[in-house]
Design a protein around this ligand. Structure first.
Ligand code: TXA
Ligand code: MG
Length: 313
């Protein structure tokens, strides 16, 4: 299959409307989209990414009225979160309608819904004239793509189209909150922080206390965000590795030479650049990437979550 590269929104949306799969930019990471109501199109996403069939997809909307076709009920908790954070980097999980095919939600009776705030994504989704399910547009297990080039690296020849745009502004995937129960449950940390969520839903349960977290969000058990290099977390500015093929990313300039160094001006830049840095290190054949830990405030909690997962053996 030839993968078309385009910056023409209408051309990219046409791919979705015709039952193809098209990668597109959002404020978090690039997604790999298909029409939620077209089972064959949705199946192509799982094929292209080598995604395990038990990992559900998030439906992306351009307008809140589209929620009706996807969710059979909007719980009070969801209503508050939607009001506060849509459009933006938050996914709410709600009971699904019959219209949503089981393949999209990996057989679950629930569906994750999000409305991207990135203007280009919004216009693309409008032109698709249907909600678009989209996981991150990487091969399963690889770092999420924050540039169209990263999508191309993983999926060229496996998908119909890539809508080209600038690098994603946030760089980490959306916050996911399960709103199906009586109390909202945080399933994945993201750039909408726990502090911000609690202002709107004070009874939020964080996944640290949730016992059935993994069964409620199957994606969490799969291997994630991993470069080929080994990832090691360190709390200082790295000085203890004698190998040549080591790299460093963090907030403080390291005391020794590394083959690759990324010193970020703040935690937002760290979040924005970490996945691209992992990919860059892989391209250079680097063996170990030292990642400086950060305090778990705001987006720091999501960043530390991704770093820990990347560091898992
Ligand atoms: O920022 C994002 O969310 C990006 C962009 C493209 O929107 N998408 C993304 O999708 O990160 P993906 O598939 O890589 O991650 C979706 C996460 C997985 O952990 C999945 O298990 C969880 O959301 N999820 C999706 N639907 C769910 C559901 N019905 N119940 C529980 N968890 C769900
Ligand atoms: Mg993903």
């Amino acid at each position: 299959m030839r993968t078309a590269l385009t910056n023409d929104l209408a051309q990219a949306a046409e791919v979705i409307r015709r039952g193809g799969v098209c990668a597109f930019p959002t404020e978090t990471v690039y997604g790999l989209g298909a029409d939620v109501f077209n089972e064959r199109a949705v199946a192509k996403i799982f094929d292209a990414k080598h995604r395990p069939a038990d990992n559900p997809l998030i439906a992306h909307i351009s307008d809140k009225t589209q929620i009706e076709r996807l969710a059979s009920a909007i719980t009070p908790t969801a209503a508050k979160l939607i009001e506060a954070f849509f459009p933006g980097p938050l996914t709410v999980v709600l009971p699904k309608t019959e219209a949503v095919p089981p393949i999209a939600t990996a057989g679950l009776q629930t569906i994750g819904i999000r409305m991207p705030s990135f203007e280009l994504a919004h216009r693309f989704l409008e032109l698709c004239e249907t909600p678009v399910v989209a996981p991150s547009a990487n091969l399963s297990g690889r770092p999420s793509p924050t540039t169209w080039q990263a999508v191309y690296e993983d999926l060229a020849g496996r998908i119909d189209c890539i809508l080209q745009a600038e690098a994603a502004d946030i760089g980490l995937e959306s916050t996911v909150v399960d709103c199906t129960g009586t109390t909202p449950l945080l399933l994945r940390k993201g750039s909408v922080s726990i502090e911000e969520l609690i202002l709107v839903v004070p009874d939020l349960q964080t996944s640290d206390v949730a016992r059935d977290e993994v069964s409620r969000s199957p994606g969490l058990k799969h291997r994630h965000y991993s470069p080929r290099a080994r990832v090691v977390l360190i709390d200082g500015p790295g000085k203890n590795d004698s190998r040549n093929s080591a790299a460093f990313i963090g907030l403080d300039r390291p005391h020794r030479e590394f083959q690759s160094v990324k010193v970020c001006i703040d935690i937002n830049e760290y979040a924005r650049s970490v996945f691209a840095f992992f990919r860059e290190c892989d391209a250079k054949g680097i063996e170990v990437i030292y990642c400086q830990t950060v305090s778990e405030l705001g987006i720091g909690a999501a960043l530390m979550d991704r770093l820990r997962r990347a560091a898992e053996e």
